[in-house]
Design a protein around this ligand. Structure first.
Ligand code: TYC
Length: 101
């Protein structure tokens, strides 16, 4: 007896990975170390140990990576950092750079 098998053609689809953005913290002479650690823990979800390491890296090298996110989230993080910093009288700044994946 003949059996019919219907094979579906394999469809190939490619989905581009969404662009990701690197959020860097910048060093300055006025923002306190404790405040930067607080920002890294509360806005970037870092542990106290990680936050302290990143803060010291920024302090020594001028700039350090706080996190990598989709564009809108990265922009929101920057706005949150800068508004919390201004509310506390600190000049802390961030930059965003597109991550080449
Ligand atoms: N340089 C600052 C100080 O000596 C500390 C600091 C670290 C500020 C990281 C900003 O992103 C920063 N108080």
């Amino acid at each position: 007896m003949e059996e019919k098998i219907f094979l579906e053609e394999q469809e190939e689809i490619s989905i581009d990975a969404p662009d990701r953005y690197r959020v860097y913290l910048l060093n300055d002479d006025y923002t306190t170390m404790d405040f930067v650690v607080h920002v890294l823990m509360t806005i970037f979800d870092k542990s106290k140990v990680e936050a302290t390491q990143i803060m010291l890296y920024v302090h020594r090298h001028g700039k350090g990576l706080a996190g990598i996110y989709p564009k809108e989230i990265a922009e929101t993080k920057v706005a949150q950092v800068e508004s919390l910093a201004r509310a506390n009288g600190f000049p802390l700044k961030c930059t965003i750079e597109r991550d080449d994946q």
